[in-house]
Write a protein that binds this ligand. Structure first.
Ligand SMILES: [Zn+2]
Length: 456
């Protein structure tokens, strides 16, 4: 199978140029000013940008919270991902109490069988002891080189000493650990305060976990990494204060990687007062204007490394589990389909970042940190033929009604996007054409190498 894309502009982190791209047998075979074929399929990308397939570093498909299960499983979630230009998702396989990492990995492989984009797994661990440590080498052998720990959530929370020990143990093997940074004790106390005041609606959510709750967690993680001597990865960074902690740690020589999500530079805390405020309940919560500006500035200055969505969708009926108590609203929102158009519209179009930085944030750095580079994360000869044709002149309104998410709400409902993903090539095949998924279920497991640790 040979696909030839003509007349597009190839965008890489290092620059852009008008070039044709020929793909053959699942790889990029040639990139040059003019390629005439032959090819089985010729696509005209005049006026469009060509990016390496986007990588979403943070999704939760088919995640069982106990009280309910996410609205999207891999089948629906990856259909939404691929039409949005995400050719690889890194989902959190989750080792709940009573499970081994092997159990979690087997379970996630099963869950992901009907995937329409490529997928890899981070291993989220709910406990850290000799039995779990004994499994780590097998995880690397199975292509899992990144892990996650939580400072919060009763089902997942681990202690600081465990994070410290895990950083050393996993870091020595070339892996990285993402940490959900918030201060558990303080946010629990503040939830109780809001409830005592009778503030039971969604507006209580951001009050219970304000900026300092995240910044304290980030600061603590930075010190843990300073002590362990191994890298830290801050997941879904949302605050100006947290970003300052990351910068301060780097000045001390700590190796830190920072991820943010579109909701933290496109939405704000006022949304909780809306009638459907429950749909914005996610952790960390939406923030204020100064945080949005800081996150965009962090993207511009390359202090923020990559953008995941933290896609964790629930229907309004599921959100209603917390209608009388905001702390019982399932946390998370649907976003996996909208990442590229949001980044383009609200970061590139606004002049906050360049197209080249978009390429860096949407795939290259994730591919490097998570052991997929240069197969993924860059358009160059020999790389995997995962490619996005992005049309910058395609204004439209984002809505859950047109998203492929299995979810009856969107945090981005009614927002304008100025461009969109037009076509997507996955593993050398055209799977999305003119915004429509034409070939589902082409996703493959991505075996990942140890981290490149490019900030070392
Ligand atoms: Zn998450």
């Amino acid at each position: 199978m040979q696909i030839l894309i003509q007349n597009g502009t190839v965008v890489r982190s290092t620059g852009r140029r008008k070039a044709d791209v020929l793909m053959r047998d699942g790889k990029i075979a040639q990139i040059s000013e003019r390629i005439d074929g032959p090819a089985d399929r010729v696509i005209d990308a005049e006026g469009c940008y060509l990016f390496a397939g986007f990588i979403d570093t943070h999704t939760h498909f088919d995640l069982d919270l106990g009280v309910t299960v996410t609205a999207d499983n891999f089948e629906t979630g990856t259909k939404a991902a691929i039409v949005g230009g995400t050719t690889t998702v890194l989902d959190f396989a989750t080792q709940d109490h009573g499970m081994t990492m092997h159990d979690a990995l087997d379970l996630w492989h099963k869950k992901a069988e009907k995937s329409s984009c490529n997928y890899g797994f981070h291993m989220a661990v709910s406990e850290w002891n000799d039995a779990r440590k004994a499994e780590v080498d097998d995880m690397f052998r199975a292509g899992v080189s990144s892990f996650k720990m939580y400072m919060v959530y009763d089902a997942m929370k681990v202690g600081d000493g465990q994070i410290y020990d895990a950083q050393k143990f996993i870091g020595a093997r070339g892996g990285v650990i993402g940490v959900h940074c918030e201060n558990y004790d303080i946010l629990q106390a503040r939830i109780a305060e809001e409830k005592a005041k009778g503030n039971l609606g969604p507006t209580g959510h951001p009050v219970s976990r304000p900026q300092a709750v995240e910044a304290e967690g980030v600061a603590r993680l930075m010190r843990i990494a300073e002590l362990s001597g191994y890298p830290a990865w801050v997941v879904h960074l949302s605050t100006a204060d947290g970003l300052e902690e990351v910068r301060a740690a780097r000045r001390r020589g700590v190796e830190v990687y920072a991820e943010t999500c579109p909701q933290y530079f496109t939405l704000d805390v006022s949304q909780y007062a809306a009638k459907d405020g429950a749909k914005f309940v996610m952790s960390p919560p939406l923030r204020e204007a100064r945080d949005r500006a800081a996150i965009l500035d962090g993207m511009k200055r390359r202090d923020i490394d990559f953008i995941g969505t933290d896609h964790c969708s629930f229907t309004m009926a599921q959100k209603a589990l917390g209608k009388d108590d905001f702390s019982k609203i399932p946390n998370g929102g649907a976003g996996v389909q909208n990442r590229a158009e949001l980044v383009y519209t609200y970061a590139v179009q606004t002049g906050a970042i360049t197209l080249e930085q978009m390429a860096l944030l949407m795939s290259e750095r994730a591919a490097r940190l998570f052991g997929m580079f240069p197969k993924k994360g860059v358009l160059k000869v020999g790389s995997d033929a995962d490619l996005v044709i992005f049309d910058p002149n395609a204004p439209h309104t984002i809505s859950w009604r047109t998203n492929l998410h299995n979810c009856d709400n969107s945090p981005y409902e009614g927002m304008q996007a100025s461009g969109r993903v037009r076509d997507v090539i996955l593993n050398g095949e055209l799977v999305t054409e003119n915004g429509t998924l034409v070939k589902p279920y082409g996703g493959r497991y991505v075996f990942r190498n140890p981290s490149e640790r490019y900030r070392k």
